[in-house]
Write a protein that binds this ligand. Structure first.
Ligand code: HEM
Length: 157
């Protein structure tokens, strides 16, 4: 994950796109945002419904397992298309966004472990597993929203 992130940042300054290809890259970037963040929001929505006792834990875990591939495809696509768009790495705000993306990726690996721990539980899950899940879901939401808001701000200011 970290290697892919570093590669995207190192490659970015050497990519120059024509306005037409830049539009294609931006379209890919936004499509990957819809796919990745959309899948994350779906899983988190099911998690919230479970916290409100509207869904069984099994449903959340099935949704998380099903959305796994979409989330990672979205994130990898965002890294590749983002590198092609050539982020301005002299801007502090861009670095905040890039670090948020790295945090989302590393946290995603941790979330996978938490999901496996919860899936292995027979009966009521432990508080430590639940707290780890809530903490990781919060980090994920903060990271995705930070990257989205900064991306939007940079593109429109
Ligand atoms: C979680 C991951 C990411 C999210 C949610 C995200 C989100 C966004 C959003 C919402 C935009 C604005 C598009 C528009 O309004 O037209 C954007 C633009 C952009 N993103 Fe990302 N992005 C992510 C990852 C990355 C990465 C990893 C890079 C670089 C390696 C990157 C580089 C860029 C660039 C260069 C732009 C264009 C900004 C400009 O026109 O000045 N993004 N991103």
């Amino acid at each position: 994950m970290s290697a892919g992130w570093l590669l995207a940042i190192l490659v970015a300054p050497h990519v120059t796109l024509t306005p037409g290809w830049r539009m294609v890259a931006l379209f890919c970037h936004l499509t990957c945002l819809v796919v990745g963040f959309g899948a994350v929001l779906t899983v988190d929505w099911f998690s919230l419904r479970w916290l409100l006792r509207r869904e069984p834990l099994g449903t959340v875990l099935t949704a998380a397992r099903g959305a796994h591939l979409l989330i990672w495809l979205g994130l990898v696509g965002l890294l590749a298309s983002g590198a092609a768009l050539g982020p301005d790495t002299s801007s502090g705000l861009v670095w905040v966004k890039l670090l948020a993306v790295l945090a989302v990726g590393i946290n995603g690996l941790f979330l996978g472990r938490v999901r496996d721990r919860l899936a292995a539980v027979d009966g009521q899950p432990t508080w430590s597993a639940l707290l780890a899940g809530v903490a990781a879901a919060t980090v994920s939401q903060v990271g995705w929203w930070t990257a989205t808001l900064i991306g939007f701000w940079n593109a429109n200011s």
